[in-house]
Design a protein around this ligand. Structure first.
Ligand SMILES: [Zn+2]
Length: 461
């Protein structure tokens, strides 16, 4: 049995940031090293047998958990893939990824598709992973079987997802699925935009020709009004009341929905909320004509809206921050044409989310403990793995990030690590550097280099 001590003056424990040593005794169980934290002790209480890894003033944060990203594998691995996504994750301080059931082919909406996903991931992951199941127009009979097969929850769309192979659900189809979902006691993650207000806005734009310049970000923004999110959230909250399922709103952009979500919480409904780094960093006023790298759905809205989302995090109405990392081959961003109508909607950010969030959060008076809550603890809870992931505490997996919060760097292509070095953040100066990432007690990324082999595995809750 090996014993290791990871020592720093700033360890992010559940009781706050303090000097400590994380002790990892590497037991081998069934031929696999378990890599769990056996104790957190004072720096001067490290057992003499332990090999000491001293990090000085660098902060040790729990390995981050990304509960929303698109790995696109199998089926569209030329867009991303398990190897590239999990390497980008390790470089960005993430140690657990929860893959969305779409953009991959087959979509993860059947037990057979989940088996195909497991086969595609085997031996190719640098961090641990899970896969959400899909709720689509016609798979009601697969929902409980998917839960039994090990998905931590489900995802559905109330609007066309912008890609073939994964169908949206109408209200009637959603109702047909909800009693099954409720029986699993797993969360249903919903892309909350309704088509009605978007169709209407798009018609208005088309009837008024000179306004419909799709190189202007404002045209795209007008085509996806807040009302689409608001109406979807109102519908979902009433269904939540009726069917008593666990509702999770993914990538909230419209801050005007926060009041309804806050009231739903107060009423006792089981609803949680996420937003993404791009809604917390960019604002519509600063997006240039043709800058389709910033296209996503729902859209990035006004500066004022952005600050209200930060307030939502502060008030605890927004529980977590997930990346919604959704890359595509660069040509699909239509950078030459610059049309917000035809460009792929999705922003790639996996390897930058931590410094990006730290840069923004710190300016607004938030701490690394807040970041830990939003980007590790709460997403682990959503994905049902909060007994093993998302905290630096005894009995947890020894997943952690060595982070230098005072260091600064400029985003360059060589720091992205995912399949295509495409990013709206290139050239930005960010604060906070990931020095090393440990998965179950072993280094996977350190000082810009990957280390060891692809030891990531599926998390079973
Ligand atoms: Zn997504």
């Amino acid at each position: 049995m090996d014993a290791h001590a990871f020592v720093s003056r700033r360890v992010a424990t559940p009781d706050g940031i303090r000097p400590a040593a994380i002790i990892v005794r590497d037991k081998v169980r069934d031929g696999v090293r378990d890599g769990k934290i056996s104790a957190i002790v004072a720096a001067d209480q490290v057992p003499a047998v332990a090999e000491v890894h001293e990090f000085g003033d660098a902060v040790i944060l729990p390995g981050l958990v990304d509960s929303h990203l698109h790995i696109n594998d199998p089926g569209r691995a030329e867009w991303e893939g398990f190897e590239t996504a999990t390497r980008a994750a390790a470089a960005g301080g993430y140690t657990t990824l929860v893959d969305m059931p779409l953009n991959c082919l087959p979509p993860t909406a059947t037990v057979a598709a989940l088996a195909a996903k497991r086969q595609a991931a085997a031996g190719r992951c640098w961090v641990d992973w899970l896969a959400w199941g899909g709720v689509v127009s016609d798979n009601q009979s697969e929902i409980e079987a998917l839960a039994a097969a090990g998905v931590p929850g489900f995802k559905c769309f109330l609007i066309h997802p912008g890609i073939d192979g994964f169908t949206m659900v109408t209200e009637a189809e959603l109702r047909a699925a909800l009693s099954h979902v409720a029986r699993t006691r797993l969360p249903l993650l919903v892309h909350a935009e309704l088509p009605g207000p978007i169709d209407e806005a798009t018609r208005r734009l088309q009837s008024n020709d000179e306004d419909a310049n799709w190189r202007h970000y404002s045209t795209y923004l007008q085509s996806r009004p807040e009302e689409a999110e608001l109406a979807a959230i109102r519908l979902l909250l009433s269904l939540c009341r009726e069917y008593k399922f666990r509702l999770h709103i993914v990538h909230l952009s419209a801050s005007s929905a926060l009041a309804a979500l806050c009231a739903a919480r107060a009423e006792g409904l089981a609803v949680s909320v996420e937003t993404c780094p791009h809604y917390l960093h960019f604002c519509a006023e600063e997006i240039q004509d043709g800058a389709t790298l910033c296209k996503c759905a729902p859209p990035i809205r006004s500066r004022e809206n952005r600050e209200r989302l930060w307030q939502g995090l502060k008030d605890g109405i927004i529980d977590l921050v997930a990346t919604d990392h959704s890359p595509c081959p660069p040509a699909m961003k239509r950078l030459e044409e610059g049309s917000f109508k035809t460009a792929w909607g999705g922003i790639a950010s996996l390897s930058l989310a931590l410094p990006l969030m730290w840069t923004e959060a710190r300016q607004r008076g938030f701490t690394l403990t807040d970041l830990t809550r939003w980007m590790a603890e709460a997403p682990a809870r959503l994905a049902g793995c909060s007994a093993h992931k998302g905290r630096i505490a005894e009995g947890y997996d020894a997943d952690f990030v060595v982070f230098e919060p005072e260091a600064e760097f400029i985003v360059t292509e060589d720091r992205l690590y995912y399949r295509y070095p495409v990013s709206p953040y290139l050239g930005k100066k960010l604060r906070g550097l990931v020095k090393a990432t440990y998965l179950r007690g072993q280094v996977v990324f350190g000082d810009g280099q990957f280390s060891g082999e692809a030891r990531g595995r599926e998390v079973h809750c």
